[in-house]
Write a protein that binds this ligand. Structure first.
Ligand code: PEP
Ligand code: MG
Length: 751
């Protein structure tokens, strides 16, 4: 490994000698030096120019006349491909690669093998460095490593000299751009962009004294680990005392993260890079760059989550090397852009005061999304390309209600959103005053508003909203956060914590609803064409009864003689409900003390249940309508497909007819009916549901007080007559949202 150190030392001299006014003058020396050290016949540097053109700027070995003439678009040729994919290409026979673009002026016919490495800095591509040899061969791992290190240095050189088009998209970097994504947590934010993971480039790249750098690294690692412990202790006080079961679920989220922190594999790679002649921060930077590139290629969702955690650690380590200390608060309203976020990073940024998150990747079931929801940070995922397009400090409007972010919006757009935010906060102040009022309509009909909860972290919302109870406790969320199905005592501790927090308020525990988009990390996704309609939820529970029984036992143990209410998800036939109920009753016969009352209910999410109501209503204690899945199955429209979002409406004749039939049959049978699912949290939808006769609604916490405010103004008797009239004239309409909404507006209802 002497070559890289010697090469790095020579590069350092070159960088120190360079003329700051004319960065390009050093480039011919640079390519000559790299070619000599790597024993390559050719070394060429392509620099990104405005318009996405890679221009041959310096070469050793290709025809000198080609400099300034040979130009490739990003994506064109091997060089363009390396730039477009952000990946090093290592080819034994480059000329027969399908992407090869022949440029006669270069005289490159004799050279078979080629290694092309993108020059990346702060998430942007500034050019490509390549070497070529006559002999067909693949470059070995050490050579690739050296080239990548050199590429990092050259990227710094280019950035410092202003030689490359750092805006990458030229003019585009000043115009507004809109990015769509999937809303993870609804809400609005307006503020300057902060970019996660593109920590400023290290001030010092090379170091003479590897032992001193190793010592700095060791100290920074210690500091990072202390920081993580403090973060875990300090970020979750609302979850309860450190050793109490109530803190367990939140800490569970961080468990996998701790494991990664203790894994020395990546630290070893950093130490190797220091031995090669880099400063500690440059070495961390190098490993981070590699990880980001590898992360993009990993398909397995579990591994991707782990790599995100690792990137999080690297960010912390860079901060520690940079002098440590607590990170500065962000500007008010700042919106965080990230490729992916680990859970601890999100807590960190939350502590610094971010008002919103936009991620290029990530799913609603991801760890960070679960925490974002619990912390109430408006968040959007799937906004691809946003990091490359944004500069830190750019203005941004995040509308996570509608699922988009506007980068560099026009002033009048910012002002319109500012007005919307002001109206919201004024409204919020009014809503808070409603917390302790009874929930009823203006004409005195009581309504029960309950919470949908998935983490013990969210239990504080019971007090904050004054909810009547927990209408839906999604038991799988804590498991997804934890990354495994935990044993009976641990499950029981979580459920007991939920019952303790609810006190005399009712709680409906839903049994595990895994499968579809909710995959346990590590479990290989089953090969299914339509996972949402596949082996999921209660189907898994009935096929793996031991799993379901363990959960039921944990629930009974948690109740410890208190009342217990359990419901089953995705029931498609009465026979399935019976089988599940039989498992619960069998466990209940064994567990002592027995619950003081045991309510067994079903979710109605599969339309087929509508034609089994007479039998079902004889056997179930209650029905809770899961509108998220019901709409998906009723309209055959995947709830996770962004292109279908909003295409089919809850406020449409088929859904309204279905629900009113359900209300009529439940009333006649004396069976309690409620609606859970996101729709119930929107005042207009909630109004229509109450108008149809469903007076128990369960929803995410953010919707509860706005719905309560709407109800306080609602004359239910009048609404019923209006709805009846709308239904009489609605046959064939795709939606009846507009007539319902215009009536609500006429009444001055806050919908
Ligand atoms: C639903 O489908 O409406 C529901 C509440 O369950 P989940 O969203 O957890 O599938
Ligand atoms: Mg569901």
């Amino acid at each position: 490994m002497s070559t890289p150190r010697r090469l790095l030392a020579r590069l350092r001299d070159l960088m120190a000698r360079r003329d700051p006014a004319g960065g390009d003058a050093t480039l011919p020396q640079l390519v000559r030096m790299v070619a000599a050290e790597l024993v390559s016949e050719v070394c060429s540097l392509y620099v990104l120019r405005p318009g996405g053109i890679l221009e041959l700027t310096a070469t050793e070995g290709l025809h000198p006349d080609a400099v300034g003439r040979t130009r490739l678009r990003v994506g064109e040729g091997i060089v363009g491909l390396a730039a477009a994919t952000h990946t090093a290409l290592n080819l034994a026979d480059a000329q027969n690669h399908p992407a090869f673009a022949y440029r006669p002026e270069t005289g490159e016919e004799p050279y078979a093998s080629m290694l092309a490495v993108p020059l990346r800095r702060a998430g942007r591509t500034l050019g490509v460095l390549s070497v070529q040899n006559r002999t067909p061969r693949r470059y070995d791992a050490d050579e690739v490593e050296v080239m990548e290190t050199v590429a990092m240095l050259v990227a710094e050189l280019l950035a410092a000299s202003g030689a490359a088009d750092t805006a990458e998209e030229g003019l585009l970097s000043t115009v507004p751009r809109r990015f769509t994504g999937s809303p993870l947590v609804p809400g609005l934010a307006i503020g300057p962009v902060v970019v996660h993971g593109t920590a400023h480039a290290p001030r010092r790249l090379l170091a003479d004294d590897p032992a001193a750098e190793q010592a700095r690294l060791a100290e920074a690692v210690k500091q990072m680990q202390r920081g993580i412990d403090q973060l875990i202790a300090a970020s979750l006080p609302q979850a309860g005392p450190a050793n109490s079961p109530e803190a367990a679920a939140s800490r569970d989220i961080l468990d996998a993260y701790r494991l990664v922190a203790a894994d020395g594999g990546w630290l070893k790679r950093v130490a190797d890079a220091i031995r090669g002649g880099l400063s500690a921060e440059a070495a961390v930077h190098r490993v981070a760059g590699d990880l980001r590139d590898r992360m993009r290629r990993v398909v397995d969702p579990y591994l991707r989550e782990r790599l995100a955690d690792l990137e999080d650690l690297i960010g912390r380590l860079l901060a520690a090397l940079d002098g440590g200390g607590s990170p500065a608060p962000v500007a008010p309203g700042a919106i965080l852009l990230a490729r992916r976020l680990g859970p601890a990073e999100l807590l960190d940024w939350h502590a610094r005061g971010i008002a919103g998150v936009v991620a290029e990747e990530g799913t609603a079931g991801g760890h960070a999304a679960i925490l974002a929801r619990a912390l109430g940070i408006p968040s959007l995922a799937g906004a691809r390309g946003i990091i490359d397009a944004a500069e830190p400090g750019d203005d941004m409007v995040l509308d996570a209600d509608e699922g988009y972010a506007i980068l560099r919006p026009e002033q009048d757009v910012i002002q319109a959103y500012q007005r919307a935010l002001e109206v919201r906060s004024a409204r919020q102040a009014g809503w808070a005053a409603l917390r302790d009022q009874p929930t009823r309509t203006r004409d005195g009909v009581p309504v029960s508003l309950m919470l949908n909860v998935g983490l013990t972290l969210e239990l504080a919302q019971l007090e904050l909203t004054g909810a009547a109870g927990i209408g839906l406790f999604r038991t799988e969320i804590a498991m997804l956060a934890r990354g495994a199905i935990v044993d009976v005592p641990e499950q029981a501790a979580v459920y007991a914590r939920v019952l303790d927090a609810a006190g005399s308020r009712p709680v409906n525990f839903r049994t595990l609803d895994l499968g579809g988009d909710k995959l346990l990390p590590g479990s290989a996704p089953p090969e299914e064409e339509n996972p949402a309609m596949g082996w999921r939820s209660l189907r898994i529970g009935l096929d793996r009864p031991a799993l379901l029984r363990r959960q039921l036992r944990a629930l009974l143990l948690a109740a410890g003689g208190r009342a217990l209410s359990v419901m089953f998800p995705m029931v498609a036939t009465v026979a399935e409900f019976r089988a599940a109920r039989a498992l619960l009753l069998a466990e209940a016969a064994r567990v002592r003390p027995a619950p003081s009352a045991l309510r067994i209910g079903t979710m109605l999410e599969v339309p087929a249940l509508m034609w089994q109501l007479p039998a079902l209503l004889r056997e179930t204690d209650f029905i809770s309508v899961g509108t998220n899945d019901l709409l998906q199955f009723l309209f055959a429209a995947d709830r996770g497909t962004p292109a279908l979002a909003g295409r089919y409406d809850l406020l449409s004749p088929p859904v309204i007819e279905l629900l009113s039939e359900l209300v009529a049959q439940c009333d006649a049978a004396g069976v309690e009916l409620s609606v859970c699912g996101e729709h119930a949290s929107r005042p207009l939808e909630a109004m229509a549901l109450v108008g149809l006769g469903i007076t128990t609604l369960s929803m995410p916490a953010a919707g509860l007080l706005p719905v309560k405010a709407m109800l306080a103004e609602l004359d239910l008797g009048v609404l019923r007559r209006v709805l009846a009239a709308i239904r009489r004239t609605a046959a064939g309409a795709a939606s009846v949202r507009e007539p319902i909404a215009s009536w609500a507006r006429e009444q001055g209802l806050p919908v």
